[in-house]
Design a protein around this ligand. Structure first.
Ligand code: NAP
Length: 249
């Protein structure tokens, strides 16, 4: 590990999986930027958890990842203030589920804009700084349904499959610059996103999971910690599946 304090930016760091990743990276000694779009109270709680975890350091970074000019402006400010971004975790995501027959164009656009275009926009700005540093880690949070498909989620699964393709292509573009790009594809993880599923759906999901339980945000954060570390130096363009065995590649 370098003696320089690494700076991480986690999109959608205010809640759920993003929050767990923020706390975990801060515990590794990184300074962590907590991005969010609408929920400052939740983001402040993430910051409190970081600071509570043995004097960790964090800062809030409110912007909409789907808005190109906001991404450009806010990431430039982070680079001006903190000097560097070494790790980018593209985690911000939303769902607008429905069968295709009833899905509105706006449901398609908003999911693709946040879950896929957001990762493109943030990576494009952050990678310039990483190229100067000759070191970087980009970690994209995809989903098991980007590999398996899921009825009622054409928009979401298309965005997540797109994220896996984006990661492989960007990994090839950036490999010679000391920057790795990988995906994590979580299965069903207990967060606000899955809380809305009824108890009967959760029970049916558990039956598809060989390990017999839904995952926790910390399960995904452990994988992100590995991909953000020096230990993953020879891994790029890969998708790490964190799903209790429900989908085996
Ligand atoms: P969550 O609890 O619903 O949290 C979503 C996060 O994304 C929040 O921090 C939210 O910020 C942020 N966000 C949403 N739209 C944004 C935007 N336009 N710009 C910036 N931030 C935005 O979700 P989660 O379950 O932790 O999921 C995190 C990631 O894991 C997502 O990409 C999701 O698709 C993926 N994933 C989740 C599961 C699962 O089972 N939970 C499974 C596979 C993959 P605010 O607090 O400001 O709203």
């Amino acid at each position: 590990m370098t003696s320089i304090q690494r700076v991480a930016l986690v999109t959608g760091g205010s809640r759920g999986i993003g929050r767990a990743i923020c706390v975990r990276l801060a515990r590794m000694g990184m300074k962590v930027g907590i991005n969010y779009v609408s929920n400052p109270t939740a983001a402040e709680e993430t910051l409190r958890l970081i600071e509570e975890a043995g004097g960790g350091q964090g800062f809030l970074a409110p912007f909409n990842v789907a808005d190109a000019s906001a991404v450009q402006e806010h990431i430039k400010t982070i680079l001006d203030v903190h000097g560097r971004i070494d790790i980018l975790v593209n985690n911000a995501g939303i769902t607008r589920d429905g069968l295709v027959a009833r899905m509105k164009e706006d449901d398609w656009d908003s999911v693709l804009d946040t879950n896929l275009k957001g990762a493109f926009l943030c990576s494009k700005v952050v990678m310039r700084a990483m190229m100067k540093q000759k070191w970087g880690r980009i970690i994209n949070i995809a989903s098991v349904v980007g590999c398996t498909g899921n009825s009622g989620q054409v928009n979401y699964s298309a965005a997540k499959a797109g994220l896996i393709g984006l990661s492989k292509s960007l990994a090839r573009e950036l490999a010679s610059r000391g920057i790795t790009v990988n995906c994590i594809a979580p299965g069903y993880i207990v967060t606000d996103m899955t809380d809305s599923l009824g108890a009967d759906v959760q029970l049916a999901l558990k039956e598809q999971i060989p390990l017999g339980v839904l995952g926790t945000p910390e399960d995904v954060a452990a994988a992100a910690a590995f991909l953000a570390s020096d230990d993953s130096a020879y891994i790029t363009g890969q998708t790490l599946h964190v799903n209790g065995g429900m989908y085996m590649v």
